[in-house]
Ligand binder design. Structure first.
Ligand code: SF4
Length: 709
């Protein structure tokens, strides 16, 4: 028996895992007691990792037009067909759709190939569905997409506010840490702000069951309340913040007192004022926000409304203080680091970052290339599939994700895929329903085989180690991308023999000409301190939080401790926020508000977690959660099969009547794909309403009607 240290591939907590290997099989997993994210803990999903493994059902051979082929044929065909589309329709007809499941090294080479060498900006990722609004809010406020806090701040806080987060189910180990902290520190208070009463409420001292979508109203109300009660940190505002007057003026436009805010948010006024008082009277406050805030047509504004309150009270850059966006996926942050969003170029630089295009061009040595680096952002996820529908994008390479299930109007996404002339899919599982749309299928390695790095929600880079060989002819994503790049004639720039070489280049780019550019501000994502790791050092890399550079060789637990931000003048920005209702209106035809989300024991479309019987036992089938009053009014009973009708299709699930559900609202889980149930595709219920800044879809605010079966 041997032991191997790696990282869990599920949520953004990024727990360290010790895998026990016997006869080339992982027979058990334990939490890594030395990993600073989890200190030995694992949740039920993580502890069942070994039960989801095995070669049964894996893709092991490449396929072209439905016929199994060898790798040389598959790679040459990908290169030929991409070249043909580019020659006839131009670079803008090429696109890629990536995933927060990819490792940073996979992401880096894919971004480099598509943007740097194929010259198309249309490379986006499923992280667009989970944290794009938080990214945009960070950039507006701090000048960089940077999460200020560490997990230990939850333990050091006096008050933890959870907004739009069912931490107990979606980030269970973090919830466990908070629960233990509360037991040890009885004065630590927890406030939960969420339309649903979830398991997270078990540790809440105060629960605000607000009306869906009213978060910005609540936090602009808090800002106005703090100003009125003289609870602002005037010195901090004076020294470190711009935009306070405009932000406060916008908050005051809507301020008609606590009673009016409470009525707008549909919460009890006394409880609301208690929350305001607690927030304002504690310095060490962490506001942890997640998909309930981000998955909204005004998610960016909601993020800034939260950040505004922290800046106004000076509650940032201190132990136990700060706004804290928690990501959904294991490597959503790594994808952001390499530039894997369509509005990014590379290494946390956007297209409009002063000098960025020229700098990246020189770093990748693409000055003489035609086409050169794109000069503006590409299509964000939903817009990308609309461009395919219109015939503008003619070739799409999808890696490690299933947009046919997870995107809003999944019915239209599937229609777009069906008409796209070239669909390339890199995938691990032979039964993934996306394969039905693929012209070329490339078998990819999976967790326990992949070798590289991921970054969790607290900016901590950890190694996900290759422990077992991939089955059959499955290959690593970075290898597949590089081999295609070589056949496209870019061999010199993609001649890596090991992921450590890719990581080294990524680290060098992060520090390349950083701090030498007037008007740009500091680029906070800087891991130049990790340049030059040889294979052994890379393999042994201990978890470390960025920035890691000459000024912080051991990493950085907390950002903005000196009150300097990443804006050109070093000051944070408060934004004027004017709350908006969800874009999706309710009407007589679709009178119920739809909320969507994860369940405790499943992950994404269940391709992995669906293989472990004990994980399936938690919730074995799709369900629809509804308030008792609505159930009785609509004539549906607990456990009855019921159909929801939404924007582009319907969803059949078993009724769960819950007192935790508000009247007029229903909740459905997001996980079921056609493979598990062809009649419960959550994405078909949602219209594609987007946040205008981040492009993130409004997945928490659908409109549906319910039909008893
Ligand atoms: Fe994995 Fe998240 Fe559970 Fe940790 S909390 S074991 S990262 S699923």
């Amino acid at each position: 028996m041997r032991e191997a240290r790696t990282t869990c591939p599920y949520c953004g907590v990024g727990c360290g895992v010790v895998a026990c290997v016997e006869d080339e099989r992982i027979v058990d997993v334990q939490g890594d007691p030395e990993h600073p994210a989890n200190f030995g803990r694992l949740c039920v999903k993580g502890s069942a990792l070994h039960e989801t493994l095995g070669n049964h059902g894996r893709l092991t051979r490449p396929r072209v037009d439905g016929v199994e082929v060898d790798w040389e044929t598959a790679l040459a065909t990908v290169a030929e067909r991409l070249t043909a589309v580019q020659a006839t329709r131009g670079s803008q007809a090429l696109a890629a759709y990536l995933s927060g499941q990819l490792l940073t090294e996979d992401y880096y080479v894919a971004n480099k190939l598509f943007k740097g060498f194929l010259g198309t900006p249309h490379l986006d990722t499923n992280s667009r569905l989970c944290m794009a609004s938080a990214v945009a809010a960070h950039k507006r406020a701090f000048g960089a997409d940077a999460v200020p806090c560490s997990y230990e701040d939850l333990e050091e806080a006096e008050l933890v506010v959870l907004v739009g987060s069912n931490l107990a189910w979606n980030h269970p180990v973090l919830y466990q840490r908070l629960k233990v902290a509360k037991q040890r520190k009885p004065l630590l208070r927890v406030v939960v702000i969420d339309p649903r009463v979830t398991d997270t409420c078990e540790i809440a001292d105060l629960y605000l069951g607000l009306k869906p979508g009213s978060d910005a109203r609540l936090f602009t109300g808090l800002l106005a309340w703090m100003a009125k009660r003289n609870k602002l940190d005037r010195v901090y505002l004076e020294q470190h913040v711009q935009g306070f007057d405009e932000a406060l003026a916008a908050a005051r436009e809507q301020d008609a007192g606590v009673e009016a805010i409470a009525a707008d948010c549909d919460v009890d006024a006394e409880r609301l004022e208690t929350f305001f008082y607690w927030f304002a009277s504690h310095l060490h406050v962490v506001t942890l926000f997640s998909q309930g805030v981000n998955q909204s047509s005004s998610g960016t504004d909601k993020g800034n409304a939260i950040i505004n309150c922290h800046l106004a009270g000076g509650k940032i850059g201190l132990p136990g203080a700060g706004p804290f966006s928690i990501t959904g996926q294991p490597n959503a942050m790594g994808g952001r680091e390499v530039g894997g969003l369509a509005n990014q170029l590379a290494a946390h630089m956007d297209y409009d970052t002063p000098g960025a295009r020229d700098r990246v061009t020189r770093f990748w040595a693409t000055e003489r290339r035609v086409p050169c680096l794109p000069d503006g952002p590409g299509h964000k996820a939903v817009a990308l599939f609309e461009a395919i529908e219109r015939g503008e994008v003619q070739a799409l390479w999808i890696m490690a994700t299933n947009p046919a299930v997870s995107l809003p109007r999944a019915d239209r996404v599937r229609a777009a895929l069906a008409k796209c002339p070239l669909v390339i899919v890199s995938e691990c599982m032979a039964d993934a329903d996306l394969l039905a749309y693929a012209d070329i299928v490339l078998p990819a390695s999976s967790w326990s085989e992949k070798d590289g790095t991921v970054t969790n929600s607290e900016r901590r880079i950890s190694r996900q180690r290759g422990i077992l060989p991939p089955p059959g002819e499955a290959r690593h994503d970075w290898w597949i991308v590089c081999e295609v790049a070589k056949r496209l004639g870019f061999g010199e720039a993609f001649n890596y023999s090991h992921p450590s070489e890719i990581f080294d280049e990524h680290a060098r780019l992060s520090g390349f000409e950083n701090g030498e550019n007037p008007g740009e501000g500091r680029r906070l994502f800087d891991i130049s301190g990790l340049v030059g790791l040889d294979r052994a050092a890379y393999d042994g890399l201990a978890p470390i939080q960025w920035p890691v550079n000459a000024g912080a060789p051991h990493g950085t637990a907390r950002l903005f401790t000196d009150g300097r931000f990443a804006t050109p003048d070093g000051r944070a920005r408060m934004l004027p926020v004017r709350p908006r209702s969800p874009a999706q209106a309710l009407d007589a035809a679709r009178p119920l508000r739809l909320n969507t989300g994860r369940i405790r024991d499943q992950w994404h479309t269940m391709t992995r977690t669906g293989r472990a019987p004990r994980l399936m036992n938690h919730r074995a089938e799709p369900f629809i959660e509804i308030a008792p009053e609505d159930a009785s009014e609509l004539g549906v009973e607990e456990h009855a099969l019921t159909r929801l009708h939404g924007a582009g299709g319907s969803y059949i699930g078993r009724m769960r009547v819950s007192r935790g559900q508000r009247r007029g609202e229903v909740f459905v889980p997001m996980h079921w794909s056609s493979h598990f149930s062809g009649s419960a595709l959550m994405g078909e219920l949602l219209e594609a309403h987007l946040d205008p800044i981040s492009g993130q879809p409004e997945s928490k605010h659908g409109a549906v009607w319910l039909e008893p079966l």
